[in-house]
Design a binder for this molecule. Structure first.
Ligand SMILES: C[S@@+](CC[C@H](N)C(=O)[O-])C[C@H]1O[C@@H](n2cnc3c(N)ncnc32)[C@H](O)[C@@H]1O
Length: 402
């Protein structure tokens, strides 16, 4: 029986740091006007993300209300998405942050340092005793906005101020202003263990993009990982699929997740469904309050899409060597509850199946079915093909294995 996933959260230290950088020393509870203004700025950012081509981003990053809204709302919401990705990379034997004594990290389109902070938070504060193993982390942030780089520099310095990191750990951070679409944007022979592109690549278009992807591949260490994170919207997921195909066709990188194999995506020509995850978390106080004003629902879970690629030859299914590979699937939806039956989508990277289990067919061998969540790796055996779904009879096996 599956244990319910632990909801991820930000440490009180980081939450406090974000609040003080956004000028919120006394919290939002007592200041209704401030809350209304912040909620207005979050709404304006949200509208800008829907139609990014209409937004003057340069002006937005200089606008104090927008910057504070990002720090208090979008930064925490984005940052926590990194945690399950790192967990999955470690479990699958692709990249284990906890096993690295030294780590160099590149964050492209780093904004105010969201994912650099996310990595530090994952290592230092997520209750990981192994944090003491990591001795040094070298962070490099690239962004075309000088204001965002200054914010990232400030936040990372404060996060790492004396006494705040685990004993024996050092963090160095450097920042470079520039566009990732300009030739030679890295302009150094440096290799990185982790390259993160968060909420940036899906928005980039044009002829320069393939050379940006080649440069990222070239600068990834042989046992490194490239992580791409974008919103869980249809538009971003479709764009991610294009990036997935570009990376598979034009680089030597190997796809690690979410797909269990690098075949043609079964959602490629589906206009109604798109691949995304939903992360359950403990929202920060600011997110909770802002959601309360706007009617947004980030507190109920955060949708996102992602890709992770590695250079080395990792057998994605090797942790399940004792199981037949054709029986291993990844859950791609929540459990859809209907009268007398439940349904669930699973995908193995080349095929998507809609599974159905009638209530009366619930049994000990398939009892994990109602517990399944997006992103779970499951073992399915004995499903019977019908016209639009595969039926799970009583004797079928449905077991969550990861
Ligand atoms: C939506 S923000 C994401 C910030 C951060 N990665 C996060 O997820 O919270 C997009 C960032 O990408 C930067 N950006 C957009 N196009 C870029 C480009 N061509 N080169 C470098 N940075 C770029 C923007 O300045 C901005 O800071």
């Amino acid at each position: 029986m599956k244990k319910k996933r632990k909801a991820v959260s930000l440490s009180p230290q980081l939450e406090q740091l974000l609040s003080s950088n956004a000028g919120l020393e006394d919290g939002l509870r007592t200041n209704k006007k401030l809350l209304q203004d912040l909620a207005g700025a979050v709404k304006a950012l949200s509208d800008a993300y829907v139609e990014p081509e209409k937004c003057d981003w340069k002006a937005l990053y200089k606008n104090t209300a927008a910057v504070n809204a990002y720090l208090l709302y979008y930064l925490p919401v984005n940052l926590v998405k990194l945690f399950p990705l790192l967990d999955e990379l470690a479990k699958g034997g692709a990249f284990d942050v906890a096993q690295r004594q030294h780590m160099s990290v590149l964050d492209i389109g780093c904004g105010p340092g969201t994912f650099m902070l996310g990595l530090l938070e994952y290592i230092c504060r997520a209750g990981r005793p192994e944090a003491s193993f990591v001795e040094s982390i070298s962070l490099t942030g690239i962004d075309r906005s000088k204001d965002n780089l200054a914010a990232a520099d400030r936040l990372i310095r404060q996060y790492c101020s004396p006494g705040c990191l685990p004993q024996g750990m050092t963090v160095t951070a450097s920042f470079r202003q520039g566009s990732v679409l300009s030739p030679d944007f890295l302009n150094s022979p440096e290799l990185f263990d982790i390259i993160i592109a968060g909420n940036v690549l899906a928005e980039l278009q044009g002829a320069a993009l393939p050379s940006c992807l080649s440069a990222l591949t070239e600068h990834l260490a042989p046992d490194g990982v490239l992580i791409i994170i974008d919103p869980g919207t249809r538009r971003a997921a479709q764009r991610l699929l294009e990036l997935r195909n570009m990376l598979l066709q034009h680089t030597e990188l190997r796809l690690f997740a979410p797909c269990l194999c690098a075949a043609a995506c079964p959602l490629q020509d589906d206009s109604g469904q798109w691949c995304h995850e939903k992360l359950f978390w403990q929202p920060t106080e600011a997110v909770r309050q802002i959601d309360g004003v706007l009617g947004f629902t980030k507190e109920k879970g955060i949708k996102y899409s992602f890709l992770s690629f590695v250079k080395k030859d990792v057998d994605r299914l090797s942790p399940y060597a004792d199981l037949a590979h054709e029986n291993i699937w990844r859950v791609g939806s929540y459990v859809i509850k209907n009268k007398g039956e439940d349904r669930l989508w699973v995908c193995n990277g080349r095929e998507r199946l809609l599974l159905r289990r009638l209530e009366r067919n619930s049994s000990e061998t398939n009892s994990d079915f109602e517990q399944a969540e997006r992103g779970d790796i499951v073992f399915v055996d004995g499903a019977v093909p019908r016209a639009v779904f595969h039926d799970l009879p009583k004797e079928a096996v449905f077991r969550i294995i990861h």
